[in-house]
Write a protein of this length. Structure first.
Length: 427
């Protein structure tokens, strides 16, 4: 096996031990001999990086672990770059959740107005990272799970030359739930959608499509999505297993009210959880990820991220659900539109498997609307265009209204003025 260098961008994240665990599990198939952990928050990096070192050393790792705030040092010569950045930190997330509620809109990290704001902050930074990769590690694979993952992939795959795969743990949790429900992993499936807007449209077990028997309740519940129940009429209208994020579209008013009624936003809960985790990570005797980490919404990210790297590095020809260019897989979207799809992954990257176009016009129409929103959001983030930003919010199915869109846009931009292109600020 060839010797590999990994760069983890945003390594001060409390998710990093989850990722390190994935490297440890696959150390016999991925020969990483150097890990460069990079973050701009030196204090958090020292704590999280210290635990990462102890985890690796406890499993016999004798290679190099470097903690750095120098992005170029981390990227240069890397074979695989894992990005998990959060521009503005959890404080910015809390604003993304609270400001939209003033306008009767969903406050959520990746969906609706909050997801839009996170994209506007994140895309320019990821573009800068990509430009550095082009110069310092042109052969590297960038595996990104910085949210909103699909919009970031839409930008990177269409505006850079970096070999990029966008990841989310949503499907892998849905798959795990199906394994529990069916009692086996010997089934095939069809999957269609965009990041955080996706459905399992068939589950084939012993030659039979058992989707109707499973029902919509088979979709895994994500920890950052309030649990809701679907009635029979809704299930019949959308004959597929939806990712949990679809509840924000199906039950919009109910979910907005859930956010308004909550004692704390999810971001505030995560702030408390992060503080607790960092205290645990700082314990010099701790050599494994704490059980409490599973309370964050990123459960099984390591399984998704490291298994994709393994499939590429070892030319495995495995199926993984990732974010890639459509490339003709779905006739109702453009070839350059990024979709979340079941893909064959090998040393060449990821290619969408044959996808059966759903005969449900609701799925097609919703995907087209949200993809239009995503592309306008990318344009706004890249060009600093207020008109594209406003258009993105107006076309989003969870927003639509001009006065709400403009009000929430102006207030969010003002609150984020240190993180966004200056052209977006009100003159």
């Amino acid at each position: 096996m060839r010797v590999l260098k990994a760069a983890i961008i945003g390594a001060g994240s409390t998710y990093t031990p989850e990722l390190i665990e994935g490297f440890i599990v696959r150390q016999n198939s991925l020969n990483f001999q150097s890990f460069y952990l990079m973050d701009i928050d030196k204090d958090k990096l020292e704590i999280v990086g210290g635990l990462a070192k102890r985890m690796l050393e406890a499993k016999g790792f004798s290679g190099k672990v470097v903690l750095t705030s120098d992005l170029n040092e981390a990227i240069e010569g890397a074979d695989y770059i894992f990005a998990q950045i959060r521009v503005g930190g959890l404080a910015a997330r809390v604003l993304d959740e609270k400001i939209p509620l003033k306008y009767g809109l969903l406050g959520q990290e990746t969906t609706g107005a909050g997801g839009f704001m996170k994209a506007i902050r994140t895309v320019p930074v990821m573009m800068d990272i990509a430009r550095r990769i082009e110069k310092l590690a042109p052969n590297a694979w960038l595996i990104n799970f910085s949210n909103p993952s699909g919009i970031v992939a839409q930008a990177l795959l269409n505006h850079t030359n970096v070999k990029t795969i966008g990841l989310c743990n949503c499907f892998i949790n849905m798959h795990a739930e199906l394994v529990c429900t069916t009692g086996t992993n010997k089934f095939d499936y069809d999957y269609i959608g965009l990041n955080h807007l996706s459905w399992i449209t068939s589950v084939t077990l012993k030659g039979e499509n058992v989707l109707e028997k499973l029902g919509s309740s088979s979709g895994a519940k994500m920890k950052n999505v309030p649990e809701v129940e679907y009635d029979d009429d809704l299930v019949e209208a959308i004959p597929a297993i939806p990712s949990s994020y679809l509840s924000y579209y199906y039950l919009r008013d109910e979910q907005v009210n859930n956010c308004k009624d909550a004692e704390k936003t999810r971001g505030e809960v995560c702030e408390e959880l992060e503080e607790s985790l960092l205290k645990q990570y700082a314990d010099p005797n701790l050599q494994e990820k704490p059980k409490e980490l599973e309370q964050r919404g990123g459960s099984l990210y390591s399984t998704a991220a490291v298994s994709v790297a393994d499939a590429i590095e070892n030319d495995k020809n495995e199926y993984h659900v990732v974010n890639v260019k459509n490339a003709g897989a779905l006739s109702f979207l453009e070839d350059n539109d990024v979709i979340e799809a079941k893909c064959m992954v090998n040393k060449k990257g990821a290619v969408p498997a044959a996808i059966k176009t759903p005969d449900n016009p609701y799925i097609v129409g919703l995907m087209q609307a949200v993809k239009a929103y995503e592309k306008l959001t990318v344009r706004a983030a890249l060009n600093g265009s207020r008109k594209d930003a406003l258009a993105a919010l107006m076309i989003h199915p969870l927003i639509g209204d001009y006065h709400k869109a403009k009000g929430v846009m102006d207030e969010m931009f003002k609150a984020n003025e240190n993180y966004i292109p200056k052209g977006l600020l009100k003159k």
